[in-house]
Structures are given as structure tokens and as C-alpha cells.
Design a protein around this ligand. Structure first.
Ligand code: HEC
Length: 225
């Protein structure tokens, strides 16, 4: 059964404050234990899409790396302002927590095993009689072409090119709810809404984490053992 979200948020605060819990569960694990419909509702009520845009562009989850087209680059993932047919709130929440649960059509992962025994996996860019062209997350700038003559086997993979566990890299439940509310906003409002919410260059400067370190607490911990 899923846990209620309010208790989750209290729990996160309690875990963060408690020196007794050596390894608190990640945000990812905690959100997986909550009903996604409840997360979606909470994001609608309390999420802030403007802050969510900053999480999208500047957090370690690097959403923009795969979902926005930069100069001379083609994104690995779909344009989130143009997902088409209205996707449900729950679908969008789940696509972050479990990317492989439903893989978007046209973005499936394939694995090619070459006659030399090498395994190449990536997203199919194109295919003709001579070759298959793949792109993988490690190198978004370059397509890899593999001659059909060199291919021993071809498997389709059930694993999305979108990494699982991105939510674990966020810093707080609030960041997750903000990010979801940003996704809702650009899904419904398209490119125009995304432009309105686009963070300024200043907002995108990554924070210096060391400024937030609680030195007193670290010293106390070090002294205690
Ligand atoms: C390494 C590249 C990569 C990163 C990083 C990434 N994504 Fe994705 N994303 C993809 C790919 C590829 C797909 C399409 C395959 C699929 O549906 O799983 C996708 C699909 C999605 C979808 C589902 C679209 C649909 O139609 O169901 C959403 C929503 C999404 N990403 C949001 C995000 C957010 C928010 C982040 C940051 C937390 C993020 N992505 C980070 C590559 C990435």
C-alpha cells in the first residue's frame, strides 16, 4: 500500500534531522512508496512551476541535457512542450519515477551485438539497407553508424534511455513537486508557457553547495566519532 504524502514529507524532515539514521532512504525510494495520484495532486496544489523550471535546467538530474535542443545538438528525449495528446498527471509523475514503465513510441532502446561480440545500445535514429544509426546518452552530439554486415543480433530493450533514479539526485521533496508542476505547465501551455517560465541566466548559475554546509553539525559529528 502507498503511504500518505503528508507523512512522507514529515518523515523526510525527521530523517534529515535525526543523527541516528545513518542512511536515510533516497527521495526516489520515498516517493515510490506514495500513490502517484497523491503526488500529482500535491504538485498541483503546492508546486511552483517557476522554481520547477530551475530544477529542470540547473539540477544534477540534468533534464535539459536530453530534453532541450541546444546549438548543433539534437536531444535524446522528446520535446516536453509537444508531447501531444494530453497525458495524465499520473503518467507524467510515473515517467519520472519509473522511466521504463512506459517507453514513448519512437524512443525505444535497441541493442545490437556485433560480429566482434561488442554490444551497442542506444536509440534508433535511422535504418536503411546498409546500416543502422544509433544515438546513446553518453554522447548526444554524435550518431553512431553500424554496418548491417557487422551485426550479429538485434534485441529490443525494455529499458528506457532515460535514467531511472533521477529523483534521487534532487535535494528535497519540494524540488520534486516543483519539477512536476513545471512539467504540467509546459505540457498544457506548450512552448509559449515554457518561454514564460524560462529561468534567467543568473538563476541557472549552480549554487555553491559549500555555502549551505552546516559546519557546526559536521564538527560535532566529527568530535563524536
Ligand atoms: C539521458 C537522457 C535523459 C535525461 C537526463 C532525462 N530524460 Fe526524460 N526522457 C528521455 C528519453 C529518451 C525519453 C523517451 C523514452 C521514455 O519514454 O522513457 C524520456 C521521456 C520523458 C518523459 C515522458 C514522455 C512521455 O511521453 O511519456 C518525461 C515527462 C520526461 N522524460 C521528463 C524528464 C525530466 C523531468 C527529467 C529530469 C529529471 C528527464 N526527463 C531527464 C531521456 C532523458
Amino acid at each position: 500500500m502507498f503511504r500518505p504524502l503528508a507523512s512522507l514529507i514529515c518523515l523526510t524532515i525527521a530523517l534529515a534531522a535525526s543523527p541516528l539514521v545513518a542512511q536515510p532512504a533516497t527521495l526516489q525510494e520515498m516517493f515510490e512508496s506514495v500513490d502517484p495520484a497523491q503526488i500529482a495532486k500535491e504538485a498541483r496544489l503546492r508546486g511552483n512551476p517557476r522554481r520547477g523550471a530551475i530544477v529542470f535546467y540547473a539540477s544534477a538530474a540534468a533534464c535539459a541535457k536530453c530534453h532541450v535542443t541546444g546549438e548543433g545538438q539534437s536531444p535524446l528525449g522528446p520535446d516536453l512542450t509537444r508531447l501531444g495528446d494530453k497525458l495524465s498527471d499520473v503518467h507524467l509523475v510515473e515517467s519520472l519515477l519509473h522511466p521504463s514503465k512506459s517507453i514513448r513510441k519512437g524512443y525505444e532502446t535497441v541493442q545490437l551485438i556485433t560480429i566482434d561480440g561488442e554490444v551497442r545500445s542506444g536509440m534508433m535514429v535511422s535504418e536503411d539497407d546498409e546500416q543502422i544509426v544509433l544515438r546513446d546518452a553518453a554522447n548526444l552530439q554524435t550518431n553512431v553508424s553500424i554496418a548491417k554486415d557487422d551485426i550479429e543480433a538485434r534485441l529490443s530493450s525494455k529499458v528506457s534511455m532515460m535514467p531511472a533514479g533521477l529523483v534521487a539526485t534532487l535535494k528535497s521533496p519540494r524540488e520534486f513537486l516543483d519539477l512536476i508542476s513545471y512539467l504540467f505547465a509546459i505540457h498544457e501551455g506548450g512552448r509559449q508557457r515554457a518561454d514564460e517560465l524560462q529561468p534567467t541566466a543568473e538563476q541557472l548559475i549552480p549554487e555553491d553547495d559549500t555555502l549551505n554546509l552546516n559546519h557546526a553539525k559536521i564538527i560535532r559529528r566529527a568530535e563524536n566519532g
